[in-house]
Write a protein that binds this ligand. Structure first.
Ligand code: HEC
Length: 435
């Protein structure tokens, strides 16, 4: 059907459930990584430019230090960025298995955009080595990376939004034009402010708290970094509070629930805590708050992700139901497959599998469906497995009140298995006193 479906595990109910938890765990890695990468690319680009333009060596040093301290290397890019986004895309595609929506194209666009942004950011970082000689190239790479990040965030946020709006799926038939929704704008605003708040908090944490702080950061320079990191955290946490409320308010009705509101209140309390601490860090140079602020930002992110998961689950209830159905059908097919391949020896288990896959459409034991209830036709086959097997293998017209039973195309040992199963079940059921 499409690349993901054939490449990955079939969408069985248990796989989907695992996929949903994987989404939370991986987002908890991916979002902080990509946020810090974006924020630090932006900051080091700005300070690299200002350093050169204003001939300010402190700014030039700062841009280099931000790139060295916050951007990570290729290993991190693969483990925290590329692998998670690939897996996330695959998990989302599984969750939407069978839905009529161009979501897989969306995911593919997002995937490519994220990978391109990461690669450009890494090249930009590398270009620090030769920035004296090739300053324009250095700036160009930074600008390209920032552009790519914006596109990637747009694609990422759109795909995630689409998941919560099943009523829009019929309108989404290609990867490019997105159906407009305010919730999507709110999410994008929230996401961008979140990335910058994370960058601010990460800056304080990695410059001052992590493993005793970075060496050689003193005096005026130290103060500048504290103000920059603290200021970013403070400003973007305040902004984020607004956008977060906006995002919750514009969730589709179907997605809203008591849980969402409760968690949102907790999130707001955390944002408030971050705001207060960032303020103290700025006003009284309380650098020891750095670790708490950074941890709180991560807790906030976790709650946002759980919130998102709950909203998605309520929005996707119909999709989940469809998936459950597909999953059951698939399991039946697998069972039948196994029964058909599995040796020529008749067994009650095989019989039960065949019954569930092939006969149940027309037969029940005690009610009439298309065919007669088994309880009414089996008495004549009691102790006569051979005749029952013969009938199942090659049904002949029996009762004038019913149409003829179509041949089910079973192999002899399968017919025998199902006959064994029917007779055993019949014996059990007739032994029980009628209810
Ligand atoms: C498409 C519907 C359909 C399916 C699928 C189907 N049956 Fe039937 N079955 C019928 C109908 C209709 C009759 C009644 C035929 C008649 O009386 O001529 C019937 C009759 C029977 C009878 C009674 C025969 C008798 O002597 O009165 C048995 C036993 C039976 N089916 C077993 C099976 C088994 C086992 C399977 C699965 C391998 C199966 N059927 C699948 C429609 C179906």
């Amino acid at each position: 059907m499409n690349f993901f479906d054939v490449t990955l595990a079939p969408p069985r109910a248990d796989h989907i459930l695992i996929a949903k938890y994987i989404v939370i765990v991986l987002s908890l890695m991916f979002v902080p990584y990509i946020s810090t990468l974006f924020g630090s690319t932006l900051l080091s680009l700005i300070y690299s430019f200002r350093g050169k333009n204003e001939n300010n060596p402190m700014f030039s040093r700062l841009s280099q230090d931000i790139a060295d301290t916050l951007m990570g290397g290729w290993g991190m890019a693969i483990v925290m960025g590329m692998l998670p986004i690939f897996t996330l895309a695959a998990c989302f595609a599984q969750m939407l298995y069978g839905a009529e929506v161009a979501i897989v194209q969306y995911m593919a666009v997002t995937l490519v955009a994220v990978v391109v942004s990461i690669v450009l950011a890494m090249w930009f970082k590398k270009s620090f080595n030769s920035r004296e000689a090739h300053f324009t190239r250095h700036l160009g790479l930074g600008l390209l990376a920032i552009g790519a990040f914006h596109f990637a965030f747009f694609a990422f946020v759109s795909s995630v939004t689409v998941l919560t709006f099943p009523e829009k799926w019929p309108l989404i038939t290609s990867a490019i034009p997105l159906t407009f929704d305010w919730n999507m704008v709110a999410r994008l605003a929230h996401f961008i402010t979140l990335t910058l708040a994370i960058t601010g908090a990460a800056m304080i944490f990695y410059f001052f708290n992590w493993m005793g702080g970075k060496e050689g950061v003193e005096g005026e320079y130290r103060d500048y970094i504290r103000k920059l990191g603290g200021g970013l955290t403070l400003a973007f946490t305040v902004l984020q509070t607004l956008f977060f409320v906006w995002y919750v308010a514009t969730l589709p009705e179907m997605a809203k629930s008591q849980d969402i509101y409760t968690l949102s209140v907790v999130s707001l309390a955390i944002l408030w805590g971050i705001t207060v601490m960032a303020y103290f860090l700025l006003a009284n140079s309380e650098l020891k708050y750095g670790t708490v602020i950074f941890s709180l930002v991560m807790v906030f992110l976790l709650i946002v992700l759980v919130n998102e998961h709950i909203a998605r689950e309520s929005s996707l209830s119909y999709q989940n139901y469809t998936l459950q159905k597909l999953s059951t059908e698939l399991e039946e097919k697998i069972a039948l497959d196994r029964a058909q391949r599995g040796g020529a020896v008749a067994s009650i288990e095989t019989g039960s599998e065949i019954y569930n896959a092939k006969c149940i459409a027309c037969h029940r034991f005690d009610v009439k469906v298309v065919g007669p209830p088994y309880m009414s036709v089996l008495p004549k086959y009691k102790d006569d497995l051979a005749s029952l097997k013969a009938f199942v293998l090659n049904p002949v017209k029996k009762n004038p009140e019913y149409p003829a039973m179509p041949n089910q195309g079973l192999k002899p040992h399968e017919a025998e298995s199902v006959a064994m199963y029917l007779l055993q079940k019949y014996a059990e059921m007739s032994a029980e006193p009628a209810q």
